[in-house]
Design a protein around this ligand. Sequence first.
Ligand SMILES: C[S@@+](CC[C@H](N)C(=O)[O-])C[C@H]1O[C@@H](n2cnc3c(N)ncnc32)[C@H](O)[C@@H]1O
Length: 278
Amino acid sequence: MSGRAKRAEPAARQEARDLRQRAEALGPWFQNIDLGHGVLTAPDHFLGDYPAFKFRRFADALPADLAGGSVLDIGCNAGFYSIEMKRRGAGRVIGIDSDERYLAQARLASEALGFADIEYRRLSVYDVAALGERFDLVIFMGVLYHLRHPLLALDLIREHVAGGRMLFQTMQQGSDAVFTPPADHPFHKPGTFDPPDYFDEPGYPKLHFIEREFAGDWSNWWAPNAAASQAMLRAAGFAIEAQPEAEVYLCRVAEVPYAEMGAAAVYPARSQQGEQDA
Ligand SMILES: C[S@@+](CC[C@H](N)C(=O)[O-])C[C@H]1O[C@@H](n2cnc3c(N)ncnc32)[C@H](O)[C@@H]1O
């Protein structure tokens, strides 16, 4: 050891070093978040500065001031959107995700950025009923195509937690055209035994099933085309208010189609419960 006294590390530098170490211990990160002190969580993300660059494309579609409204961020990952909603003046914000490691990242990012009051819970989208409350804004970004039961997830969100708006994003594949099928149609083309040909329209709502991996990710199960994203949102009881980006939709809760046909037409689980109660 040299005779010179070792000088104390400046507090700010030590804080940055600690933060970097804590972030690295929780890696790898999917969301690149600037934690301050020069610490970026995923600077080499394959999509670039994700999701900040994506958010910039549709950020103006949301109110600049959320005026204390409540937010539920489903599939919150490292908390990027939860934190952004706090920055916009949201009140109660809850982020849920099925992956505990992502939730630990979200807690660290929120603490580092001064939003430690965001609540993060391990909860699947299929279990949102357990929250027992509705939210002014539900964020459901980048999750639908990872689910084996995407329409069920939308139904459950609509039935249990959506109380106003929903910001929704999904990967889309196929045509961007939107073909509106007739309200009803005979089984065959009139006067023939031929099937109707609109199913082969590029813009007919199609949910492509991905049996194998997509982009090296086995957890991609579905890729709707634009028409299918829109039709599924409507079928679950959401009206599309804006499409600020090709795969991003701002929706508002609306009537659930066919709800007047009884619970069995919309929510089978509830109707079975009703039958048991009867
Ligand atoms: C592609 S990331 C999207 C993250 C973030 N919402 C965004 O847009 O940047 C998908 C996230 O959904 C979460 N997820 C997957 N299945 C889920 C489920 N059943 N319930 C809740 N979260 C789920 C994953 O753990 C992951 O954090």
